[in-house]
Ligand binder design. Structure first.
Ligand SMILES: Nc1ncnc2c1ncn2[C@@H]1O[C@H](COP(=O)(O)OP(=O)(O)O)[C@@H](O)[C@H]1O
Ligand code: SF4
Ligand SMILES: [Mg+2]
Length: 423
Protein backbone atom coordinates (compact mmCIF):
# COMPACT_ATOMS: atom_id res chain seq x y z
CA UNK A 1 0.00 0.00 0.00
CA UNK A 2 1.15 3.47 -0.83
CA UNK A 3 0.88 5.02 2.61
CA UNK A 4 2.61 2.10 4.31
CA UNK A 5 5.85 3.32 5.80
CA UNK A 6 7.08 0.08 7.37
CA UNK A 7 6.18 -3.46 6.57
CA UNK A 8 7.45 -6.64 8.19
CA UNK A 9 6.62 -9.81 6.33
CA UNK A 10 7.15 -13.16 8.06
CA UNK A 11 10.14 -11.83 9.98
CA UNK A 12 12.01 -14.38 12.09
CA UNK A 13 14.96 -13.61 14.34
CA UNK A 14 16.85 -16.43 16.01
CA UNK A 15 19.88 -15.83 18.21
CA UNK A 16 22.55 -18.42 18.88
CA UNK A 17 22.53 -19.56 22.50
CA UNK A 18 25.73 -18.64 24.26
CA UNK A 19 27.45 -21.92 25.15
CA UNK A 20 30.79 -22.99 26.53
CA UNK A 21 33.11 -25.00 24.31
CA UNK A 22 32.19 -28.23 26.12
CA UNK A 23 28.49 -27.52 25.68
CA UNK A 24 29.07 -26.85 22.00
CA UNK A 25 30.87 -30.15 21.56
CA UNK A 26 28.35 -32.30 23.36
CA UNK A 27 24.97 -30.73 22.82
CA UNK A 28 22.86 -29.90 19.83
CA UNK A 29 23.09 -26.43 18.42
CA UNK A 30 20.19 -24.47 19.88
CA UNK A 31 18.78 -21.03 19.18
CA UNK A 32 16.66 -18.47 20.98
CA UNK A 33 13.39 -18.14 19.05
CA UNK A 34 13.17 -14.40 19.80
CA UNK A 35 10.79 -13.56 16.94
CA UNK A 36 8.95 -16.05 14.74
CA UNK A 37 7.21 -15.18 11.47
CA UNK A 38 5.98 -11.77 12.54
CA UNK A 39 4.09 -9.66 10.00
CA UNK A 40 2.55 -6.21 10.33
CA UNK A 41 2.60 -2.86 8.64
CA UNK A 42 2.59 0.71 9.83
CA UNK A 43 0.65 3.34 7.96
CA UNK A 44 2.15 6.77 7.70
CA UNK A 45 1.21 8.91 10.69
CA UNK A 46 -0.06 6.20 13.00
CA UNK A 47 1.14 5.05 16.40
CA UNK A 48 1.31 1.32 16.70
CA UNK A 49 1.97 -0.27 20.06
CA UNK A 50 3.90 -3.47 20.50
CA UNK A 51 2.88 -4.86 23.86
CA UNK A 52 3.77 -7.95 25.87
CA UNK A 53 5.67 -9.28 28.85
CA UNK A 54 9.42 -9.00 29.19
CA UNK A 55 11.31 -11.36 26.89
CA UNK A 56 8.51 -11.77 24.31
CA UNK A 57 10.60 -10.21 21.53
CA UNK A 58 9.49 -6.55 21.44
CA UNK A 59 12.98 -5.03 21.42
CA UNK A 60 14.12 -7.52 18.80
CA UNK A 61 11.21 -6.52 16.53
CA UNK A 62 12.03 -2.83 17.12
CA UNK A 63 15.73 -3.22 16.38
CA UNK A 64 15.04 -5.39 13.35
CA UNK A 65 12.55 -2.84 12.00
CA UNK A 66 15.27 -0.18 11.89
CA UNK A 67 17.83 -2.76 10.75
CA UNK A 68 20.01 -2.71 13.84
CA UNK A 69 19.51 -6.48 13.55
CA UNK A 70 19.38 -8.42 10.29
CA UNK A 71 16.51 -10.92 10.37
CA UNK A 72 17.16 -14.66 10.12
CA UNK A 73 14.41 -14.81 7.51
CA UNK A 74 11.51 -12.72 6.21
CA UNK A 75 11.46 -9.29 4.56
CA UNK A 76 11.37 -5.69 5.74
CA UNK A 77 10.14 -2.84 3.58
CA UNK A 78 10.56 0.85 4.33
CA UNK A 79 8.56 3.30 2.22
CA UNK A 80 8.10 0.56 -0.37
CA UNK A 81 11.80 -0.41 -0.57
CA UNK A 82 13.12 -3.78 0.50
CA UNK A 83 15.67 -2.99 3.23
CA UNK A 84 16.06 -6.54 4.56
CA UNK A 85 19.73 -6.78 3.64
CA UNK A 86 20.66 -3.13 3.14
CA UNK A 87 24.21 -2.45 4.29
CA UNK A 88 27.08 0.02 4.38
CA UNK A 89 26.54 3.48 2.99
CA UNK A 90 22.92 2.79 2.05
CA UNK A 91 22.12 1.64 5.58
CA UNK A 92 23.79 4.73 7.00
CA UNK A 93 21.58 6.90 4.81
CA UNK A 94 18.51 4.96 5.86
CA UNK A 95 19.26 5.76 9.51
CA UNK A 96 18.42 9.38 8.89
CA UNK A 97 14.85 8.35 8.15
CA UNK A 98 14.34 5.80 10.91
CA UNK A 99 15.44 6.36 14.48
CA UNK A 100 15.12 4.43 17.71
CA UNK A 101 14.78 5.75 21.27
CA UNK A 102 15.63 3.38 24.12
CA UNK A 103 14.45 3.06 27.69
CA UNK A 104 17.45 4.44 29.52
CA UNK A 105 18.26 8.00 28.39
CA UNK A 106 21.34 8.11 30.61
CA UNK A 107 22.89 5.09 28.89
CA UNK A 108 21.99 6.57 25.49
CA UNK A 109 23.95 9.78 26.03
CA UNK A 110 27.72 10.02 26.03
CA UNK A 111 28.65 11.50 29.45
CA UNK A 112 31.61 13.34 27.90
CA UNK A 113 29.52 15.20 25.30
CA UNK A 114 27.48 18.29 26.06
CA UNK A 115 23.76 18.02 25.39
CA UNK A 116 24.11 20.37 22.44
CA UNK A 117 26.95 18.35 20.91
CA UNK A 118 24.99 15.12 21.35
CA UNK A 119 21.94 16.52 19.56
CA UNK A 120 24.12 18.02 16.82
CA UNK A 121 26.02 14.79 16.22
CA UNK A 122 23.54 13.21 13.74
CA UNK A 123 23.63 16.39 11.65
CA UNK A 124 27.37 15.95 11.18
CA UNK A 125 26.91 12.29 10.30
CA UNK A 126 24.19 13.04 7.75
CA UNK A 127 25.68 16.27 6.46
CA UNK A 128 25.72 15.03 2.88
CA UNK A 129 22.05 14.09 2.75
CA UNK A 130 20.93 17.23 4.52
CA UNK A 131 21.68 19.29 1.46
CA UNK A 132 24.12 21.45 3.40
CA UNK A 133 27.15 20.37 1.41
CA UNK A 134 27.40 23.70 -0.31
CA UNK A 135 27.77 25.39 3.06
CA UNK A 136 31.31 26.04 4.15
CA UNK A 137 32.52 24.50 7.40
CA UNK A 138 31.79 27.59 9.51
CA UNK A 139 28.42 28.20 7.94
CA UNK A 140 27.49 24.53 8.48
CA UNK A 141 28.39 24.84 12.15
CA UNK A 142 26.27 27.95 12.49
CA UNK A 143 23.34 26.36 10.66
CA UNK A 144 23.61 23.17 12.74
CA UNK A 145 23.83 24.96 16.11
CA UNK A 146 20.79 27.05 15.19
CA UNK A 147 18.87 23.92 14.28
CA UNK A 148 19.91 22.23 17.53
CA UNK A 149 18.76 25.21 19.59
CA UNK A 150 15.37 25.36 17.87
CA UNK A 151 14.90 21.60 18.27
CA UNK A 152 15.84 21.83 21.94
CA UNK A 153 13.24 24.53 22.42
CA UNK A 154 10.70 22.44 20.55
CA UNK A 155 11.17 19.45 22.88
CA UNK A 156 11.03 21.66 25.98
CA UNK A 157 14.76 21.83 26.78
CA UNK A 158 14.74 25.48 27.72
CA UNK A 159 16.50 27.83 28.02
CA UNK A 160 18.20 26.05 25.14
CA UNK A 161 21.30 28.27 25.07
CA UNK A 162 21.94 27.47 28.71
CA UNK A 163 21.28 23.70 28.50
CA UNK A 164 23.35 23.36 25.29
CA UNK A 165 26.55 23.41 27.34
CA UNK A 166 25.34 21.10 30.12
CA UNK A 167 26.41 17.46 30.43
CA UNK A 168 23.96 14.52 30.78
CA UNK A 169 24.90 14.27 34.46
CA UNK A 170 23.50 17.79 35.04
CA UNK A 171 20.04 16.92 33.70
CA UNK A 172 17.00 15.18 35.22
CA UNK A 173 15.71 11.89 33.78
CA UNK A 174 12.91 13.67 31.93
CA UNK A 175 15.30 16.27 30.46
CA UNK A 176 17.68 13.54 29.32
CA UNK A 177 14.86 11.73 27.54
CA UNK A 178 13.88 15.03 25.88
CA UNK A 179 17.50 15.35 24.69
CA UNK A 180 17.43 11.81 23.29
CA UNK A 181 14.18 12.60 21.49
CA UNK A 182 15.66 15.84 20.11
CA UNK A 183 18.66 13.89 18.80
CA UNK A 184 16.31 11.34 17.22
CA UNK A 185 14.13 13.90 15.40
CA UNK A 186 16.82 16.35 14.32
CA UNK A 187 17.42 14.54 11.03
CA UNK A 188 13.66 14.72 10.37
CA UNK A 189 13.00 10.99 10.28
CA UNK A 190 9.77 9.42 9.08
CA UNK A 191 9.70 6.58 11.59
CA UNK A 192 10.49 6.61 15.28
CA UNK A 193 10.76 3.35 17.22
CA UNK A 194 10.30 4.12 20.91
CA UNK A 195 11.41 1.16 23.00
CA UNK A 196 10.07 1.50 26.56
CA UNK A 197 10.85 5.20 26.10
CA UNK A 198 8.96 6.33 29.20
CA UNK A 199 9.17 3.20 31.36
CA UNK A 200 11.96 4.54 33.59
CA UNK A 201 10.34 7.91 34.21
CA UNK A 202 8.14 9.00 37.11
CA UNK A 203 4.41 9.08 36.41
CA UNK A 204 4.18 12.89 36.19
CA UNK A 205 7.19 13.13 33.83
CA UNK A 206 5.92 10.17 31.83
CA UNK A 207 2.65 11.93 30.96
CA UNK A 208 4.55 15.04 29.78
CA UNK A 209 6.92 13.04 27.56
CA UNK A 210 3.98 11.14 26.03
CA UNK A 211 2.27 14.45 25.31
CA UNK A 212 5.50 15.70 23.72
CA UNK A 213 5.60 12.64 21.46
CA UNK A 214 2.02 13.27 20.38
CA UNK A 215 2.82 16.94 19.63
CA UNK A 216 5.92 15.99 17.62
CA UNK A 217 3.96 13.43 15.65
CA UNK A 218 1.40 16.05 14.68
CA UNK A 219 3.94 18.71 13.79
CA UNK A 220 6.37 16.48 11.88
CA UNK A 221 4.06 13.81 10.47
CA UNK A 222 5.97 11.11 12.37
CA UNK A 223 5.01 7.45 12.54
CA UNK A 224 5.71 5.56 15.77
CA UNK A 225 6.33 1.96 16.64
CA UNK A 226 5.73 2.29 20.34
CA UNK A 227 7.11 -0.59 22.40
CA UNK A 228 5.97 -1.06 25.97
CA UNK A 229 5.17 -3.72 28.53
CA UNK A 230 2.72 -1.26 30.07
CA UNK A 231 -0.81 -1.55 28.72
CA UNK A 232 -1.97 1.67 30.39
CA UNK A 233 0.67 3.69 28.53
CA UNK A 234 -0.17 1.96 25.26
CA UNK A 235 -3.87 2.68 25.76
CA UNK A 236 -3.12 6.37 26.17
CA UNK A 237 -1.01 6.81 23.07
CA UNK A 238 -1.62 4.07 20.47
CA UNK A 239 -3.99 3.95 17.51
CA UNK A 240 -3.41 0.24 16.98
CA UNK A 241 -1.76 -2.37 19.14
CA UNK A 242 -0.09 -5.71 18.51
CA UNK A 243 0.04 -8.09 21.46
CA UNK A 244 3.12 -10.31 21.50
CA UNK A 245 3.66 -13.58 23.29
CA UNK A 246 6.92 -15.55 23.03
CA UNK A 247 7.95 -14.23 19.65
CA UNK A 248 4.51 -14.26 18.02
CA UNK A 249 1.89 -11.56 17.50
CA UNK A 250 -1.28 -13.10 18.94
CA UNK A 251 -3.72 -10.22 18.42
CA UNK A 252 -3.46 -7.04 16.37
CA UNK A 253 -6.02 -4.33 15.68
CA UNK A 254 -7.41 -0.97 16.73
CA UNK A 255 -6.40 -0.20 20.31
CA UNK A 256 -9.85 0.99 21.38
CA UNK A 257 -11.47 -2.22 20.11
CA UNK A 258 -8.92 -4.49 21.74
CA UNK A 259 -9.13 -2.68 25.08
CA UNK A 260 -12.94 -2.70 25.00
CA UNK A 261 -13.22 -6.33 23.96
CA UNK A 262 -10.06 -8.44 23.87
CA UNK A 263 -10.41 -11.69 21.97
CA UNK A 264 -7.21 -13.67 22.49
CA UNK A 265 -7.05 -15.42 25.89
CA UNK A 266 -3.59 -13.94 26.46
CA UNK A 267 -4.80 -10.40 25.74
CA UNK A 268 -7.69 -10.97 28.14
CA UNK A 269 -5.28 -12.14 30.84
CA UNK A 270 -2.95 -9.17 30.27
CA UNK A 271 -5.78 -6.66 30.47
CA UNK A 272 -7.11 -8.21 33.66
CA UNK A 273 -3.64 -7.95 35.19
CA UNK A 274 -3.53 -4.13 34.81
CA UNK A 275 -3.41 -2.73 38.34
CA UNK A 276 -6.56 -0.86 39.29
CA UNK A 277 -5.69 2.63 40.65
CA UNK A 278 -8.69 2.85 43.03
CA UNK A 279 -7.39 1.42 46.36
CA UNK A 280 -10.88 0.24 47.39
CA UNK A 281 -11.17 -1.84 44.30
CA UNK A 282 -7.60 -3.06 44.25
CA UNK A 283 -7.27 -6.79 43.92
CA UNK A 284 -4.23 -8.67 42.85
CA UNK A 285 -5.14 -10.14 39.54
CA UNK A 286 -2.38 -12.30 38.25
CA UNK A 287 -1.59 -13.77 34.91
CA UNK A 288 -2.49 -17.41 34.44
CA UNK A 289 -0.41 -19.94 36.30
CA UNK A 290 3.09 -20.77 35.25
CA UNK A 291 6.18 -18.96 34.12
CA UNK A 292 6.70 -17.64 30.62
CA UNK A 293 8.38 -20.62 28.96
CA UNK A 294 11.88 -20.07 27.66
CA UNK A 295 12.36 -19.00 24.09
CA UNK A 296 14.98 -21.68 23.37
CA UNK A 297 12.33 -24.40 23.57
CA UNK A 298 9.02 -22.67 22.87
CA UNK A 299 5.90 -24.79 23.45
CA UNK A 300 4.46 -26.70 20.49
CA UNK A 301 1.28 -25.51 18.79
CA UNK A 302 0.01 -22.34 20.42
CA UNK A 303 2.86 -21.06 22.58
CA UNK A 304 0.41 -19.87 25.22
CA UNK A 305 -1.14 -23.32 25.71
CA UNK A 306 0.63 -24.25 28.98
CA UNK A 307 -0.88 -21.15 30.65
CA UNK A 308 -4.13 -20.71 28.71
CA UNK A 309 -7.34 -20.84 30.76
CA UNK A 310 -9.36 -21.68 27.62
CA UNK A 311 -6.98 -24.33 26.23
CA UNK A 312 -8.43 -26.97 23.91
CA UNK A 313 -7.29 -30.54 23.22
CA UNK A 314 -5.83 -29.44 19.88
CA UNK A 315 -3.73 -26.47 21.10
CA UNK A 316 -0.32 -28.16 21.28
CA UNK A 317 -0.14 -30.57 24.23
CA UNK A 318 3.16 -32.41 24.29
CA UNK A 319 5.24 -34.75 26.41
CA UNK A 320 6.65 -32.10 28.73
CA UNK A 321 3.14 -30.90 29.62
CA UNK A 322 2.50 -34.37 31.02
CA UNK A 323 5.80 -34.33 32.92
CA UNK A 324 4.97 -30.87 34.33
CA UNK A 325 1.52 -32.04 35.35
CA UNK A 326 2.92 -35.17 36.99
CA UNK A 327 5.58 -33.13 38.79
CA UNK A 328 2.89 -30.85 40.23
CA UNK A 329 0.77 -33.84 41.19
CA UNK A 330 3.61 -35.67 42.95
CA UNK A 331 4.62 -32.52 44.84
CA UNK A 332 1.17 -32.24 46.41
CA UNK A 333 1.07 -34.58 49.42
CA UNK A 334 -2.74 -34.36 49.57
CA UNK A 335 -3.14 -35.76 46.09
CA UNK A 336 -0.05 -37.88 45.54
CA UNK A 337 -0.72 -40.71 48.03
CA UNK A 338 1.69 -43.51 47.13
CA UNK A 339 1.86 -42.44 43.45
CA UNK A 340 5.51 -41.44 43.78
CA UNK A 341 6.54 -44.99 44.74
CA UNK A 342 5.15 -46.19 41.40
CA UNK A 343 5.52 -43.20 39.05
CA UNK A 344 8.46 -41.38 40.55
CA UNK A 345 10.91 -39.96 40.87
CA UNK A 346 9.95 -37.31 38.33
CA UNK A 347 13.55 -37.17 37.08
CA UNK A 348 13.00 -40.65 35.60
CA UNK A 349 10.58 -39.23 33.02
CA UNK A 350 11.83 -37.99 29.64
CA UNK A 351 9.88 -35.67 27.37
CA UNK A 352 10.60 -35.66 23.66
CA UNK A 353 8.19 -33.88 21.34
CA UNK A 354 4.75 -35.42 21.57
CA UNK A 355 5.75 -38.23 23.93
CA UNK A 356 6.77 -38.65 27.56
CA UNK A 357 8.49 -41.88 28.57
CA UNK A 358 9.61 -43.68 31.70
CA UNK A 359 12.01 -46.60 31.86
CA UNK A 360 10.37 -48.99 34.31
CA UNK A 361 11.07 -52.35 35.82
CA UNK A 362 9.52 -54.87 33.31
CA UNK A 363 7.36 -56.46 36.01
CA UNK A 364 5.94 -53.07 36.90
CA UNK A 365 5.16 -51.75 33.44
CA UNK A 366 1.45 -52.62 33.48
CA UNK A 367 1.09 -51.27 36.99
CA UNK A 368 2.68 -47.97 35.93
CA UNK A 369 0.39 -47.73 32.91
CA UNK A 370 -2.67 -48.22 35.10
CA UNK A 371 -1.44 -45.66 37.63
CA UNK A 372 -0.71 -43.09 34.90
CA UNK A 373 -4.29 -43.51 33.69
CA UNK A 374 -5.61 -43.10 37.23
CA UNK A 375 -3.59 -39.92 37.78
CA UNK A 376 -4.72 -38.55 34.42
CA UNK A 377 -8.31 -38.65 35.68
CA UNK A 378 -7.34 -35.52 37.65
CA UNK A 379 -5.64 -33.76 34.73
CA UNK A 380 -7.25 -30.84 32.87
CA UNK A 381 -9.89 -32.27 30.56
CA UNK A 382 -8.24 -30.76 27.47
CA UNK A 383 -5.00 -32.57 28.31
CA UNK A 384 -6.70 -35.94 28.73
CA UNK A 385 -8.56 -35.46 25.45
CA UNK A 386 -5.26 -34.68 23.74
CA UNK A 387 -3.68 -37.99 24.76
CA UNK A 388 -3.56 -40.54 21.99
CA UNK A 389 -2.36 -43.45 24.08
CA UNK A 390 -0.75 -44.57 27.31
CA UNK A 391 1.12 -47.78 26.67
CA UNK A 392 3.77 -50.08 28.10
CA UNK A 393 6.13 -52.11 26.02
CA UNK A 394 9.29 -53.92 27.07
CA UNK A 395 10.70 -51.64 29.74
CA UNK A 396 9.16 -48.38 28.60
CA UNK A 397 5.94 -46.61 29.54
CA UNK A 398 4.88 -44.08 26.92
CA UNK A 399 2.34 -41.27 27.09
CA UNK A 400 1.68 -40.04 23.56
CA UNK A 401 -0.20 -36.89 22.51
CA UNK A 402 -1.99 -36.22 19.21
CA UNK A 403 -0.45 -33.69 16.82
CA UNK A 404 -1.78 -30.15 17.38
CA UNK A 405 -4.02 -28.38 14.90
CA UNK A 406 -2.37 -25.79 12.69
CA UNK A 407 -2.77 -22.24 14.02
CA UNK A 408 -3.88 -19.55 11.61
CA UNK A 409 -4.51 -15.85 11.99
CA UNK A 410 -8.26 -15.27 11.85
CA UNK A 411 -10.15 -12.05 11.30
CA UNK A 412 -12.36 -11.54 14.35
CA UNK A 413 -14.39 -8.33 14.57
CA UNK A 414 -11.87 -6.07 12.83
CA UNK A 415 -8.71 -7.55 14.24
CA UNK A 416 -6.42 -10.50 13.59
CA UNK A 417 -6.32 -13.15 16.26
CA UNK A 418 -4.16 -16.26 16.38
CA UNK A 419 -6.20 -18.69 18.46
CA UNK A 420 -7.95 -21.98 17.74
CA UNK A 421 -11.09 -20.76 19.52
CA UNK A 422 -11.83 -18.66 16.45
CA UNK A 423 -10.76 -21.01 13.66
N1 LIG B 1 21.59 -10.68 21.39
C1 LIG B 1 20.89 -11.68 21.90
N2 LIG B 1 21.41 -12.93 22.02
C2 LIG B 1 20.71 -13.97 22.52
N3 LIG B 1 19.43 -13.86 22.94
C3 LIG B 1 18.84 -12.66 22.87
C4 LIG B 1 19.53 -11.51 22.35
N4 LIG B 1 18.67 -10.43 22.39
C5 LIG B 1 17.52 -10.91 22.91
N5 LIG B 1 17.61 -12.23 23.20
C6 LIG B 1 16.55 -13.11 23.72
O1 LIG B 1 15.45 -13.00 22.82
C7 LIG B 1 14.22 -12.97 23.52
C8 LIG B 1 13.49 -11.69 23.21
O2 LIG B 1 14.19 -10.61 23.79
P1 LIG B 1 13.73 -9.08 23.65
O3 LIG B 1 13.48 -8.78 22.21
O4 LIG B 1 14.73 -8.25 24.34
O5 LIG B 1 12.34 -9.08 24.44
P2 LIG B 1 11.54 -7.86 25.12
O6 LIG B 1 12.03 -6.60 24.54
O7 LIG B 1 10.10 -8.15 24.82
O8 LIG B 1 11.80 -7.96 26.59
C9 LIG B 1 14.57 -13.16 24.99
O9 LIG B 1 14.47 -14.54 25.28
C10 LIG B 1 16.00 -12.67 25.07
O10 LIG B 1 16.68 -13.31 26.13
S1 SF4 C 1 -4.97 -21.49 20.62
FE1 SF4 C 1 -6.27 -20.16 21.83
S2 SF4 C 1 -7.38 -21.55 23.19
FE2 SF4 C 1 -5.62 -22.66 22.39
S3 SF4 C 1 -4.02 -22.36 23.91
FE3 SF4 C 1 -3.76 -20.80 22.36
S4 SF4 C 1 -4.84 -19.05 23.16
FE4 SF4 C 1 -5.57 -20.81 24.31
MG1 LIG D 1 12.75 -4.92 25.52
Amino acid sequence: MEDEILQLSDVTVHFPVKMSLAQRLFSQKSVVHAVDRVSFSLRSGEIMGLVGESGCGKTTVGKTSVRLIEPTSGRIFFAGHDITHTRGEQLRRLRKKMQIVFQDPHASLNPAMTIGEAILHPLSIHRLELGSLELGRDTFEQWAVKKVLSTMTEVGLTPAKHLYYKYPGDLSGGQKQRAVIARAIITEPKLLVVDEGVSMLDMSVRAKILQLMLDLKRRHGLTYLFITHDLATAKFICDRIAIMYLGRIVEIGLARKIYADPKHPYTKALLQAIPIPDPDKRHNKVLPRGEVPDAVHPPAGCRFHPRCPAVLATCGWEGRDFVDFLDEHLSDPNRAGDDESILGPIEGWRADGLVATLKANPVNVEKVVERVKAVLAEAPIAMTQAIESVSGRNRTVTVRFRSPDQLLQTNVQDRLVECLLYQ
